[in-house]
Design a protein around this ligand. Structure first.
Ligand code: URA
Length: 239
């Protein structure tokens, strides 16, 4: 059950403040009964909600882009740690039950997608789809052309796995270096382990891009917003 003003706000009728006049003007109906109180609760899956004679179409899926901060883990529940789900509005959590698409480490920041659409998640996560991810990182040590060449050819991780080619751009090479790395797979701790394979340590890591979708630079750490239809299509095409 959700407050009806919140439901209308979630379905794109404006902010909660903006939808208030719709109630005053007698434009909102639930099961053909006029509703003047914006605080009543409805079950959007079972009850018919209308605004201005138009049925409010309840959308079953949600697609969210978050700028994940450090210190929260990519899980839906955890007894010990705060999760990325805890950062979402409670109604959004209870209506949609979203989950993170893949994982970023606890100390990694940046672009994280959340959804309750399993097909969407699978389309992005399946190793066969080769969706690229771009990371920015700070590295202890001088990153050089040899690292670039090694990543281009694939490096052997600590468990013997040979990575697919990665494209390494050196932004700054010094005692601490800054790099951009684009990879097309997502093994556990992949970026950190790729650098370890070169005897270098990642000290900061942020994901900037998934496929063609860039992190919205207006999102502060911990903030999130829904994807636009175009952004969704950018990721998985028209479905
Ligand atoms: N690679 C890592 O090592 N950590 C992440 O969080 C993402 C990619």
């Amino acid at each position: 059950m959700i407050r009806i003003d919140k439901l209308l706000a979630n379905m794109g009728y404006g902010s909660r403040k903006e939808v208030k006049p719709l109630f005053k003007k007698g434009k909102v109906f639930v099961n053909d009964q006029i509703v003047k109180d914006p605080s009543i609760k409805v079950d959007p899956e079972k009850e018919k909600v209308q605004v201005d004679g138009q049925e409010v179409e309840y959308k079953p899926y949600i697609y969210v882009m978050m700028n994940k901060p450090k210190g929260v883990i990519c899980a839906t529940h955890d007894k010990l740690h705060r999760t990325v789900i805890d950062l979402l509005d409670e109604d959004l959590q209870s209506i949609y039950a979203p989950f993170p698409v893949g994982r970023l480490d606890k100390d990694t920041e940046g672009l994280l997608l959340l959804t309750n659409d399993g097909d969407f998640s699978h389309a992005l996560m399946s190793p066969r789809k080769h969706v690229t991810k771009q990371y920015w990182a700070k590295i202890r040590g001088r990153v050089n052309e040899e690292d670039q060449k090694a990543f281009r050819e694939g490096v052997k991780l600590d468990d013997g796995y040979m990575t697919k080619p990665g494209e390494l751009v050196i932004v700054d090479s010094n005692e601490t270096s800054e790099i951009l790395l684009t990879i097309s797979e997502g093994k556990f701790h992949q970026v950190k382990r790729m650098f370890l394979a070169r005897d270098k340590e990642v000290t900061e890591l942020k994901r900037l891009k998934v496929g063609a979708l860039e992190l919205d630079s207006n999102l502060k750490l911990g903030d999130y917003r829904e994807l636009t239809e175009q952004e969704k299509q950018l990721l998985v095409g028209k479905r």
